[in-house]
Ligand binder design. Structure first.
Ligand SMILES: [Zn+2]
Length: 424
């Protein structure tokens, strides 16, 4: 039984996982983070006396195609059914989306006659900027609660998982995408081949696909193992993504490296059989750098594991020393990254008092596994911790600015990766 079938039946695959792209058996471990709860399953007070399901967080690298991926996973329904992440709660993310829209309109000249489709469109934080410019849009979003927020903003949104069948239905209804956007969705797709096949179906003849996803090269270089969680099935390099797209008749013609999520790629793709959109040469250049960094060598992937263990040891030693010295520690950022980091490192309320987060949808809930209570940022001002451990390091600058008053009582910011560091 392949992984795709397991997802359909709602099972967790037990033995002999297979590559979700090329179906080869997965035998090479990338990193094994043990058993962890689903990162976005925040707990209510009433849930605290119940045991949480935990799933293996074991990432493999396929020895055949080099795709880094999780070998076992929960069902998409479990993961996305009651999703509480609203993109609009991050100012810098909304601004990132605004600048992206500006660039796409400048580069490709989208206007009132174009059609823009975004996959995993969330609460419309990105498509709203196309609407403002009079460009017709359609969102595709599996989480009904966030899709409802987009609809309220006037962004038409289809509540469905995307794949080849959804794409065919949309085409039958008259949709073809001149711009097909997938930001931070490709990594979250369990049925990778079905998803990319669907993009090919929905893409207009001379249309452009752009996708953003965390770059495996940066994950490895910066020891960003906390970006590994159950919702995040695949971890792409330019090498692997080019291979996956080519298998579905899509050709990468450009790539940009972005600072988001600890280092992301934005790829540009078009139909392979059409000559539209000239190759910029940047994809080949980047693949060359990935080869030089050892991404075609399995030993590179096994060295990563040792560095992850060193992070756990360093962070635990720091927090235990703080406790011994009587210093108080709070964390900031109740996101998936923090859940992976804290659960893998075994850091609970005995070492960190609570985690602050700006989203009112998360406040007064608890982080899964380690069960840290989630509080408002105002709670930080009331409790004046000596250290504020930044878990959402992709937003560090924004958070340090918002929380700069921590310094008024001598509090200091702490970042956990690539090794624990205290900032004056
Ligand atoms: Zn493979």
């Amino acid at each position: 039984m392949g992984l795709g079938q397991a997802a359909v039946e709602g099972l967790v695959s037990a033995t002999e996982p297979a590559c979700r792209f090329c179906s080869a058996p997965l035998t090479q471990t990338f990193v094994d983070l043990g058993l962890s709860p689903l990162a976005n399953s925040l707990l209510a007070e009433a849930d605290l006396d119940r045991e949480e399901p935990r799933y293996p967080l074991h990432a493999y690298v396929c020895a055949d195609c080099l795709l880094v991926q999780l070998g076992e996973f929960a069902t998409p329904q479990d993961i996305f059914g009651d999703y509480v992440y609203f993109s609009s709660y991050s100012d810098s993310w909304v601004e990132h989306a605004r600048r992206y829209v500006e660039r796409m309109v400048e580069r490709f000249g989208f206007d009132g006659d174009s059609s823009v489709v975004e996959l995993a469109s969330n609460d419309g934080y990105l498509l709203q900027w196309f609407v403002e410019r009079g460009v017709p849009v359609l969102g595709v979003e599996p989480a009904a609660n966030v899709a409802a927020v987009a609809e309220e903003k006037g962004i038409p949104t289809v509540v469905r998982f995307f794949g080849e069948e959804t794409a065919r239905d949309l085409v039958a209804e008259g949709h073809r995408a001149d711009l097909l956007i997938g930001n931070n969705v490709l990594a979250h797709v369990p049925a990778l081949n079905d998803f990319v096949a669907g993009m090919r179906v929905l893409l207009a003849d001379d249309g452009v696909v752009t996708m953003e996803f965390p770059h495996l090269l940066r994950l490895i270089e910066e020891t960003e193992f906390d970006t590994i969680y159950h919702e995040h099935f695949s971890y792409f390099s330019a090498l692997t993504v080019e291979r996956v797209f080519a298998a579905h008749g899509l050709r990468l013609f450009d790539v940009e490296e972005l600072p988001t999520h600890g280092g992301s790629l934005r790829i540009y793709a078009a139909h392979a059989e059409r000559g539209s959109h000239e190759d910029t040469g940047r994809v080949e250049e980047l693949i060359g750098r990935e080869r030089a960094a050892g991404l075609e060598d399995l030993a590179t992937y096994s060295h990563f594991r040792e560095r992850v263990r060193a992070v756990r040891q360093g962070l635990r030693e720091f927090l235990e020393a703080a406790r011994t010295e009587g210093r108080s520690v709070a964390a900031y950022g109740a996101a998936a990254k923090g859940v992976t980091l804290l659960n893998y490192c075994g850091i609970g309320p005995e070492l960190v008092e609570y985690v602050a987060d700006r989203s009112p949808h998360k406040q007064d809930l608890y982080l899964p596994g380690v069960r840290l209570p989630i509080r408002s940022p105002e709670h930080v001002a009331e409790t004046k911790p000596d250290y504020l451990l930044l878990l959402a390091w992709n937003l560090n600058d924004e958070i340090v600015e918002q929380m700069s008053y921590v310094r008024e009582w001598g509090g200091r910011f702490v970042t956990p990766l690539p090794e624990v560091a205290v900032h004056e």
